[in-house]
Design a protein around this ligand. Structure first.
Ligand code: PLP
Length: 392
C-alpha cells in the first residue's frame, strides 16, 4: 500500500480525469488537477483485483445475480466495523446509491410531495427529488464552532401533510459532520412524529476520523429500524465507484416488498457482474488496506487545513469524516465567479462549486483530497498562490 504513488488515470474512462476539461475547462494534458467528484486516485485493495481477475478469466460474463457469499460479507462487515446486526433478507441490491435514492423517492412519495434535505448536501439528493417532480424542503445546516449543526427549530416548520420523506446524509457530505447519537435521535423522533419516512445514506460511514465515531441510525432501536431505510455501499470505503453497486437495507418487510417492486418497475432485477464481486472481496479482505488509508487521508486533511487556513479570508470546515474538504471563501472579498475563474484558469484546478449543493453552498468550494500527497502538495501550492493573488 503506497498511497504516495502517482497513477495516471487519463484516458481510462475516468469521469474525474476524462470529463474534467469538458466540465471545468481544466485540461489534464496542460497540468490540470482534478479535485472534484468523490473517488480516490489510489489503487484499491489487491484482493479486489484478484477477485476481478478470477471473474475475468472465466471468460463468460452472462446475466448475473450476487453470489450467496455476498450478503454474509456485508453482514459481517456491519457487525465488525459498525456493531450493527443486519439480517440477509433486509439487504436489497442496487446499482449504486444514487440509483437507489431515485427509486426510493419514486416508491415512497407522490408527485408534488415535499422531501426534506439538509443543505448544503450531495447534489444528487436534490436532483433525486426534483427530477421526480417532488419539492425540495430545505433544512439548511448552520455553522457553529467550525462545524455544521442541524437547525431543529427550522426543521419543525417543514412538517406538513405533503412532507413525506427526509433524506439524511450521515456522515454528511459536504462538511464531513459525523452526527451524534443525540442529533440522530432528535431527527428520527421528528420524522416518526410527523409520519415522514427517513432515508439514511451512510455511504461515507467507514471514512471517519477519530475520535469521532459513526452511529448507525438503524442501530439506535429496533422500533426505529422498522421505520427507516438505510443505504450503504463499499464503493466510497474501498474506491469501487465504477462497480455501481450499493445496498438498501430495509428491516420492515412491507417497505422492502414495495421497494423491490419499484426496482422491478425500473428494470432493476439483475446486477452488474463485477460490482458485487468487488464489494464482497473488499469487505472480506480489504480491512488492512482501509486501516492504512484512513490515517493517510487524515494527514491529507490536516495538510489542507494547515495550508488554506493561513490565507486571510479562507476557512476550511473541520472535517470529522470524508475526504471532501469544504472551503468557505465568503470572507475573501471577491465575487465567487472571479474566484472560480482564477482557480480553474490560473491554478488549473477542478474543484466542485458549492452552489451545486444547494443555496447554502454559496461561496464555497469542495476539494477532494483523496490523492497522493505529492499531487495534493502541488495542488495546494497552486491554490494558495491563486487565492493570495486575488487579495493583492
Ligand atoms: C452521500 C452520497 N451518497 C451517494 C453517493 C454516490 O453513490 P453511488 O456511487 O453508489 O451512486 C455519493 C457520492 O459522492 C455521496 O456522497
Amino acid at each position: 500500500m503506497n498511497f504516495d504513488q502517482v497513477h495516471s488515470r487519463l484516458n481510462t474512462s475516468s469521469v474525474k480525469w476524462d470529463k474534467m476539461e469538458a466540465l471545468f475547462g481544466v485540461s489534464a494534458k496542460e497540468g490540470g488537477i482534478p479535485l472534484w467528484v468523490a473517488d480516490m486516485d489510489f489503487k484499491g485493495p489487491e484482493v479486489v483485483k484478484d477477485a476481478l481477475h478470477e471473474a475475468v478469466d472465466r471468460g463468460i460474463w452472462g446475466y448475473t445475480v450476487p453470489s450467496d457469499d455476498y450478503k454474509p460479507a456485508i453482514i459481517d462487515w456491519m457487525a465488525k466495523r459498525h456493531q450493527w446486526k443486519v439480517e440477509p433478507d433486509w439487504i436489497l441490491n442496487a446499482n449504486g446509491i444514487v440509483h437507489a435514492l431515485y427509486g426510493l423517492v419514486q416508491c415512497f412519495t407522490k408527485p408534488g410531495d415535499s422531501v426534506i434535505v439538509q443543505t448544503p448536501v450531495y447534489h444528487k439528493f436534490l436532483s433525486a427529488v426534483t427530477d421526480n417532480g417532488r419539492q425540495l424542503a430545505a433544512n439548511p445546516l448552520v455553522k457553529n464552532d467550525g462545524v455544521y449543526e442541524m437547525d431543529f427549530d427550522q426543521l419543525v416548520t417543514l412538517a406538513g401533510p405533503k412532507t413525506t420523506m427526509m433524506i439524511l446524509c450521515s456522515p454528511h457530505n459536504p462538511g464531513g459532520r459525523v452526527w451524534s447519537k443525540a442529533e440522530l435521535e432528535r431527527v428520527a423522533a421528528f420524522c416518526l412524529a410527523n409520519d415522514i419516512l427517513l432515508i439514511c445514506d451512510e455511504i461515507h460511514h467507514d471514512l471517519v476520523y477519530g475520535p469521532n465515531k459513526h452511529t448507525v441510525l438503524g442501530s439506535l432501536s429496533a422500533e426505529l429500524e422498522e421505520k427507516i431505510i438505510s443505504c450503504t455501499a463499499a464503493s466510497k470505503t474501498f474506491n469501487l465507484a465504477g462497480g455501481m453497486t450499493g445496498n438498501v437495507i430495509i428491516r420492515n418487510q412491507r417497505m422492502r416488498d414495495q421497494f423491490s417492486q419499484q426496482q422491478a418497475r425500473n428494470g432493476m432485477v439483475l446486477c452488474n457482474m463485477f460490482g458485487p464481486i468487488m464489494s464482497e472481496a473488499a469487505y472480506r479482505g480489504g480491512e488492512e488496506w482501509l486501516d492504512a488509508l484512513v490515517p493517510y487521508l487524515m494527514a491529507n486533511r490536516d495538510l489542507v487545513d494547515r495550508t488554506l487556513n493561513q490565507i486571510p479570508g479562507v476557512k476550511t470546515m473541520s472535517l470529522q469524516s470524508t475526504y471532501l474538504a469544504w472551503i468557505d471563501l465568503s470572507e475573501l472579498g471577491k465575487p465567487f465567479a472571479d474566484i472560480v475563474s482564477a482557480v480553474q484558469g490560473d491554478a488549473k484546478l477542478a474543484l466542485n462549486l458549492g452552489p451545486a449543493f444547494g443555496a447554502a453552498g454559496a461561496d464555497h468550494l469542495r476539494l477532494n483530497f483523496a490523492c497522493p500527497r505529492p499531487v495534493l502538495e502541488e495542488a495546494l501550492g497552486r491554490l494558495e498562490r491563486t487565492l493570495r493573488s486575488l487579495q493583492s
